[in-house]
Design a protein around this ligand. Structure first.
Ligand code: ADP
Ligand code: ZN
Ligand code: ZN
Length: 804
């Protein structure tokens, strides 16, 4: 009998989805288990690659089974739960299993491959004049070999069998250690040693004094700060006065920050109901999903904090997901100051090493609460008691590359696994989630009032920009907004201005009547393609020239719409030369920590106006903001995506929520060319429930989610014709296999038809019930390996967040 392992291997070129069997060599018996990474030989050349052990078994001796080369971990990096989650992910996102497994781990644990030339025939190498390139053990690093200028010779030696090419798995997950000094002398022994020193050996005498006064192992740094150099310490170690030890340490980006302890606030009625319902489900070990629908400032975060505190008290752990952008210092501070060291924070601004250290802390059970963006849903916590998805409607929870998972779905899966509640929170829930609450799939909890008793919802007014233009005001600021800004500047209150960048310049609108050019076949606006100067529908493929005049009113003032934040800043500064303005957009936040710095400066009142894009809409909780201005509410409205209204409503609600969060009354001004549009009208009334009803009606009429499920298939190739042929072939194939009730949108060219010299085509399927779809899509996935050899990339996006 022999021991074997089933291994999913990392084959970068041709994805291989089946586990391969490897023999476990004797020296690894008893050391391996499922979820560990190993190095294995693969393929004809026996390249060494990384693999994940799926299971172990004992069986009859099998010929031709290769041996595992070595273990890359001492403990499993993926536990049984996460291995099962990978299967679920694979099934629902149509990705390869190895991709799912790798996605769950910090990126430092992805394998890198190192190539080495290994000398086989020293004589032949000598004759060819390259013997001296190899080191004593006959090895030469591949990268170094390329710099020798002898690559041709080396390769012909390889062909002749005189040199071999070896692949090694190179892992980067280095643990950071700190060197400690452990004193070995008793005070009397130290005294004696000092007596024997030369008079001039001052530093050694000082070291002995320091060693005599402490028994603790202190970092080398501590001695250096006192002027003791490395060589003096080394001398001390040689003399037997001290010993060096290495301890593992974490790179903690928050190590030098103090978080003042905060305490639970007394909850209001709505909050109490919510906390109690969540706790009751937890106590009953019920995997219930709650939708916490609470207006901005209603104290959702307080509900999260108190619910998590209860979970920790019960000895369990919790995950709190937030959109990346919401990981502001304010949010982190609220969690750290309430829950202390139990909190690990995961976000993209951490270095790879910092992320890896946070991950290890979680894996070892040293962190009980994980606060993080999308990928924090893979946190290797044990015994989870609660999972929270804040701002659950945010599109950032969906990963836009394979595996295209939605963190909300994985949260619910993990909730079921741990028999614990999941809370989806938002002021503006996604239609999908709100509809599920309607059907009692989720339990609806509502917070209807602002939690701070002194705060009130701001008043919201709409400014019709069409009227402004007819008054010959061509700028970005209406008369009334200018007056309000001047008023707040005079009172030394703060102002937030939002310039909506979504859908920027991509559509054509009449500046006189606000008319937007729509597709004749679909209920959606046409997209401007500047590269070809034409308008195109992304749903049905309809195409037309850019009109010279407005088809509605005949005006010639028809143009594409939008301005940049920098230009607006200049205009604003021109209007208010004295005002201090902070700008926050992709350009000003590129550097690490820039986002934080801008917010801190604004919080410290170093500026009166914060002008920015979407990224300012969330999380800001400053008491002196009394005016919020939305410069252009329409841009997102006209995107050719059925979620355009929903996104506009969400954004306007979020940004309005920044005003009037404390005693001072808040005011919001929304500038728009479409003052009568329901998304804008209902955002003005701050009435999510009415918006939900209205939008559901429209989705029902036009047949979109949540009434239909959707899947998007994208094909790309360097040659347009190849991509087109493939998408039409797939369409034909699918229409044969699927039921006639399924609706095909397209195929159409991608939004940007050519990206990085590849042509994109897409097909969207809408369906209610389609039992054969899973199989059909899996077939496409399997065949995609074959397609890849012809340069075709085929991808499947289940429930796409973007239709364009
Ligand atoms: P949300 O997350 O719903 O936007 P927050 O949790 O940020 O709301 O709460 C908004 C403000 O109200 C915060 O300043 C918070 O400290 C305060 N707050 C929350 N709950 C209470 C409460 N029960 N009593 C008094 N103030 C509260
Ligand atoms: Zn017009
Ligand atoms: Zn169309």
């Amino acid at each position: 009998m022999e021991e074997y392992a089933e291994v999913i291997v990392d084959v970068p070129a041709m994805q291989t989805d089946q586990p391969f069997t490897y023999r476990i060599p004797e020296d690894l018996h008893g050391l391996l288990s499922a979820g560990m990474r190993v190095e294995v030989p693969f393929g004809k050349g026996n390249r060494h690659i990384q693999g994940f052990i799926m299971s172990l078994f004992t069986g009859e001796k099998q010929e031709q089974t290769k041996d595992i080369t070595r273990a890359l971990d001492l403990e499993p990096v993926l536990n049984d739960e996460l291995l099962a989650l990978a299967d679920y992910m694979k099934e629902t996102t149509f990705a390869f299993k190895i991709t799912c497994l790798q996605t769950m781990l910090p990126s430092v644990m992805k394998a890198e491959y190192q190539k080495t030339l290994v000398l086989q025939d020293a004589e032949a190498a000598k004759e060819a004049g390259v013997r001296e390139l190899f080191d004593a053990s006959g090895e030469l690093d591949w990268l170094a070999a390329q710099a020798t200028g002898k690559l041709g010779t080396l390769l012909s030696l390889r062909q002749a069998g005189a040199v071999n090419l070896r692949y090694d798995v190179h892992t980067k997950n280095k643990v950071k250690t700190t060197r400690l000094v452990t004193p070995l002398l008793s005070p009397t022994a130290a005294e004696e040693a000092r007596g024997e020193l030369k008079k001039t050996a001052l530093r050694q005498a000082q070291l002995l004094t320091m060693l005599a006064t402490t028994k603790a192992s202190l970092p080398v740094k501590h001695y250096k700060e006192q002027g003791i150099s490395t060589s003096v310490l080394n001398q001390g170690a040689e003399n037997g006065w001290l010993r060096f030890t290495e301890v593992e340490t974490y790179r903690d980006p928050y190590a030098h920050r103090e978080f003042a302890q905060t305490h639970a606030l007394e909850l209001n009625g709505d909050q109490q109901v919510a906390v109690q319902a969540i706790q009751a489900a937890g106590d009953a070990k019920e995997a219930r999903t709650f939708l916490l629908e609470g207006i901005t400032g209603s104290g959702k975060t307080e509900v999260y904090l108190q619910s998590i505190a209860q979970v920790i008290e019960a000895g369990k752990s919790a995950i709190m997901l937030v959109p990346e952008i919401a990981l502001t210092p304010q949010m982190v501070e609220r969690f750290k100051s309430r829950l202390g060291d139990a909190v690990a924070v995961l976000h993209s601004a951490l270095s790879q090493g910092e992320r890896y250290d946070e991950w290890r802390k979680i894996e070892r059970g040293e962190a009980k609460v994980v606060v993080g963006a999308r990928s924090a849903i893979f946190a290797p916590l044990q015994d989870i008691g609660l999972i929270i998805v804040d701002e659950e409607h945010e599109a950032t929870y969906k990963q836009e590359e394979t595996p295209r998972y939605h963190a909300r779905d994985l949260a619910i899966w993990r909730g079921k696994y741990h028999h614990c509640p999941v809370v989806l929170g938002s002021a503006t829930p996604s239609l999908e989630s709100r509809a599920r609450a309607q059907k009692n799939v989720y339990t609806l909890l509502r917070l209807r009032e602002r939690a701070n008793p002194e705060a009130n919802l701001p008043t919201v007014d709409i400014v019709d920009m069409k009227a402004e233009y007819s008054h010959k005001n061509p700028g970005n600021f209406s008369q009334v907004l200018k007056e309000k800004i001047a008023d707040r500047l005079a009172k030394d209150e703060q102002i937030v201005l939002l310039l909506n960048r979504r859908g920027y310049s991509s559509f054509v609108m009449c500046r006189d009547c606000g008319h937007v050019v729509d597709c004749p076949n679909c209920d959606i606006s046409l997209t401007l393609h500047m590269d070809v100067k034409r308008l195109r529908c992304h749903y049905c493929g309809h195409e037309e020239a850019i009109p010279q005049k407005c088809p509605e009113c005949g005006s010639r003032k028809i143009r594409y719409y939008g301005t940049g934040t920098q230009k607006v800043q200049e205009e604003l500064q021109g209007l208010f030369p004295e005002a201090k303005i902070l700008r926050m957009d992709v350009d000003t936040t590129r550097k690490k920590g820039a986002h934080e710095r801008i917010l801190r400066a604004f919080g410290e009142k170093k500026a009166q106006i914060l002008l920015g894009t979407q990224m300012i809409a969330k999380g800001l909780d400053f008491p002196d903001i009394t005016l919020v201005g939305v410069l252009n509410a329409d841009t997102a409205l006209n995107l050719p995506d059925f979620r355009a209204s929903e996104r506009t409503f969400q954004l306007l609600t979020q940004v309005s929520g920044r005003a009037g969060r404390a005693q001072k009354a808040g005011e919001v001004l929304i500038q728009t060319f479409n003052p009568e549009h329901y998304a804008i009208q209902l955002a003005q009334r701050q009435d999510y429930e009415a918006f939900y009803q209205q939008e559901m009606f429209i989705r029902h009429q036009s047949g979109y989610p949540p009434y239909y499920f959707t899947v998007k298939i994208t094909v790309s190739h360097e040659e347009e014709q190849k991509a087109a042929q493939k998408i039409f072939a797939l369409t034909n194939e699918l229409s044969k296999q699927l039921s006639p009730q399924t609706i095909f949108l397209g195929p159409t060219p991608g939004n940007v038809a050519r990206v990085k010299n590849r042509y994109y085509y897409q097909l969207i399927l809408k369906y209610k019930k389609e039992p054969r779809l899973q199989g059909a899509l899996e077939q496409i996935l399997v065949a995609s390996q074959q397609d890849l050899r012809q340069g075709l990339l085929v991808s499947i996006d289940n429930e796409p967040m973007n239709f364009i």
